[in-house]
Design a protein around this ligand. Sequence first.
Ligand SMILES: C[C@H](O)[C@H](O)[C@H]1CNC2=NC(N)=NC(=O)C2=N1
Length: 101
Amino acid sequence: MATEPLSQNEIEDRLRELPGWSVENGLLTRTYRLGTHFAATAMVVHVARTQEELNHHSALTLGYNTVSLAVSTHDAGGALTVRDFELARRVEAFAPVHGAA
Ligand SMILES: C[C@H](O)[C@H](O)[C@H]1CNC2=NC(N)=NC(=O)C2=N1
């Protein structure tokens, strides 16, 4: 998949489609809150499998009942690319299955 850096307008356009996601310190970021620690842990496994499928990996953090992702594209020097937003879209699509908000 392309690794050209997205422009600010392209980033803003894509963020509008991803409520809850934001750019923090240059990283596409989201924290999900789940009902239990175990539900959060199960979601981490699901995210990890998706990241392997996409060959695109976030900094993935498990809290007591939260799952946080922060991602940019290393191959683009840390810029945001379509690969980051594809990961976000995939996770956003299955997050409700885990009861994530
Ligand atoms: C060699 C391997 O395909 C690359 O390093 C992949 C792995 N996962 C990755 N993850 C992220 N976030 N950015 C990358 O550029 C990237 N590249």
